[in-house]
Design a protein around this ligand. Sequence first.
Ligand code: PLP
Length: 450
Amino acid sequence: MSLGLDNGAVTADSTRASEAWFDRAVRVSPGGVNSPVRAFRAVGGTPRFIVRAEGPWLTDADGNRLLDFVGSWGPALLGHAHPDVVAAVTAAVQRGTSYGTPSTPEVELAEEIVARTPVDQVRLVSSGTEATMSAVRLARGFTGRDLVVKFAGCYHGHVDALLAEAGSGVVTLGIPGTPGVPAHVTADTVVLPYNDRAAVTAAFEAYGDRIAAVITEAAPGNMGVVPPVPGFNEFLAETSRSHGALFISDEVMTGFRITAAGHWGLDGAVEGWRPDLMTFGKVMGGGFPAAAFGGRRDVMALLAPSGPVYQAGTLSGNPVATTAGLTTLRLADADAYARIDGASSVVRDLVGEALTSAGVAHVVQNAGNLFSVFWGVTEAVHDFAAAQQQESWRFRAFFHAMLDAGVYLPPSSFEAWFVSASHDDEALSRMSEALPGAARAAAAADEGNR
Ligand code: PLP
């Protein structure tokens, strides 16, 4: 099975097993994948089938060892298969995989989340999509209003009402709207340009008494990384409150990653405000399906069984998933965050230097340790319209050159790059070896090959 080379150089022969698996996959599943961005549609080529992951390294079905900057799209904060997480999960599995009753790790995980973030209470669910869907329902139940304000380029999972102008996966696939979502559902969604205070003010002037909630990514990472301009989240929190609407901060991607308290640790904790509701996922599941929404005690009190807003889940608070999440969060200490921030900063510098030397116009943008590269642009990107101006075709050439050199990047220029606490010196030297050639490939890329 192992045709690949361990030094990261991938040859045409060394992708045969992935290609064979993909042929099988497309016969039995749409597009051959179970989540669209995995399909390489934005960059072309055949996705790799991964058979093993350890630390910052993936091993594909051909035996190629790839340096990973996807990290399962966020959960792998510590790197893959951290030995303490594996041990805790193995022990948990032996105690039974699901009880359908209250269990102790779910209380401990909820306590850990409440200790790290400004929420008073949380409800555990199984995916980020479920968390945002439930938070919106709760906000509507609490306010008795229907409208939801969201921002173009922010992705909040595939919730019907929130799939308007939803960033990465949807953009990448070029889906113009959201087929399958009835018009009356999106009629209650107001989509505004990100980072645009005037647009928010105008929306509240027009519909203020009908708006149930403003939902935003705490720092958008689904149109590339587009951090909020200073004070923007605070402005959203205050504007919502002054109109009787709730402010929902979606920290599914940023939560427990950017700081111990998520992106809120960089703005709300410093500026002295808190969202009414927050959503979490990814890191808090430790690689298993676990997510959460939480917030103000008086709002959460409306949730069944304490209150009338219904929400439930067979596998919510699953003992294996909550054990994985709890163990991950307990290991995510100041030292882990320092390592992630340090590695992220080195990688950002390396990428910037390589692209500059090759003469590729670019902007590297970050929100804490989360970052992405905008191709062919020269000015900071503040919203989705600007993000879409980038030369994604340069990324396509860059992506494949990096992959051929043994580095696995998110397969779309609209996705964030995820660094883990396990990205060590060996990982960084693989990165610096791979970059110059890939930067030259991006420089030589031809727009006609879009
Ligand atoms: N919210 C944000 C900010 C996300 O990035 C994602 C997924 O990438 C979601 C919600 C949806 O989470 P899930 O894929 O677990 O449903």
